[in-house]
Design a protein around this ligand. Structure first.
Ligand SMILES: Nc1ncnc2c1ncn2[C@@H]1O[C@H](COP(=O)(O)OP(=O)(O)OP(=O)(O)O)[C@@H](O)[C@H]1O
Length: 304
């Protein structure tokens, strides 16, 4: 297990992390979400020993991370750390050597990852000549080339075109299949929803929601009801007790029901206003869950 356990971090008077805890199982992908400035980069930097937490620790296989263990972690920093004048192949091989591979193994592994990430034709080009998205791929190759035991990636998908997203996703899923725990931060919640076994949402210095997307959905299940009554009178649901109108457009209404509100009462009211063509619970998207979790003051923990 990769365990982030009770991390606290303050910058001056700004309390950024107030007991951040989550775990990532081997062979699983964890999507680390949170608003701008929530503290995701800070958390990852603490894991990599680039920042010191005031309290808490990060463990891999039960042991607190030290510099030797960190050499076995593939890390993609937010600020990207490439040498602009180096050639792509050399750059990736350089990172492999930093992680302890000998020259021949480093060259071989670099060639393989450059190819797998679609950079084969750019192998001999200087890094600075590459587009931002391609530099991102080089950075990822640098994180993967030493066959890391753990991957910690800070916004690896930002700036990639759809082909780049697919090749990165495929590479990460390949790592997961080999048993590597992968943590990545992202604002692209559709990707997180598609790729991750579990997600964590960071807000107000804590993880306000953790679990699989399905777990999080189940928490919210039975709350959002979509009712379509094409000829409905405007605001037909407005006065119903325990019902909040989330949106209403041309007879297509999204309602949030308070706990204990009977959906059949809502159905009866809908039938009174016209012919009901759709009446179903709505599955919240990760974006909706995110909005809810970031807005809600209460701590919402779901077992992973
Ligand atoms: N070196 C620093 N000195 C002072 N404050 C900092 C420093 N680094 C980060 N912060 C503050 O810590 C908070 C968390 O920043 P962090 O970069 O960890 O957030 P993030 O979740 O990664 O954000 P984003 O999604 O925008 O990348 C922010 O309020 C930021 O301004």
């Amino acid at each position: 297990m990769l365990e982030f356990d009770g991390l606290y971090k303050t910058y001056g008077t700004n309390r950024v992390l107030e007991g951040v805890s989550f775990t990532v199982a081997p062979g699983s992908m964890f999507g680390f979400c949170g608003s701008n400035g929530a503290g995701k980069t800070t958390t990852m930097r603490i894991a990599m020993g680039l920042l010191r937490a005031e309290a808490g620790e990060v463990r891999w296989q039960g042991r607190s991370l030290d510099q030797a263990t960190r050499r076995r972690i593939g890390y993609m920093p937010e600020e990207r750390g490439l040498y602009p004048k180096m050639k792509v192949g050399e750059q990736v091989a350089y990172f492999a050597r930093l992680h302890g591979l000998d020259r021949a193994a480093a060259t071989r592994a670099a060639g393989e990852w450059v190819e797998r990430l679609g950079l084969g034709e750019r192998r001999g080009d200087q890094v600075e000549k590459l587009s931002l998205g391609n530099q991102q791929r080089v950075q990822l190759a640098a994180a993967l080339v030493s066959r890391p035991e753990v991957l910690i990636l800070d916004e690896p998908f930002s700036g990639l075109d759809p082909i780049g997203v697919d090749s990165l996703a495929e590479a990460l899923l390949g790592q997961v299949r080999e048993g590597v725990p992968v943590v990545f931060s992202s604002h692209q919640l559709d990707l997180v929803e598609r790729l991750c076994d579990s997600v964590g949402i960071l807000a107000r210095g804590r993880m306000v929601a953790t679990g699989s997307v399905d777990d999080l959905r189940r928490r919210e299940a039975g709350r959002l009801l979509r009712v379509v009554v094409p000829d409905a009178a405007p605001q037909w649901a407005g006065g119903l007790p325990g019902v909040r109108v989330v949106s209403e457009q041309a007879g297509d209404t999204l309602l949030e029901l308070a706990a204990g509100t009977d959906d059949q009462t809502v159905l009866a009211a809908a039938l009174r206003t016209g012919r009901v063509t759709h009446f179903a619970w709505q599955q919240p998207t990760l974006v909706e869950l995110f909005r809810e979790a970031v807005a809600a003051p209460a701590l919402q923990e779901v077992a992973a």
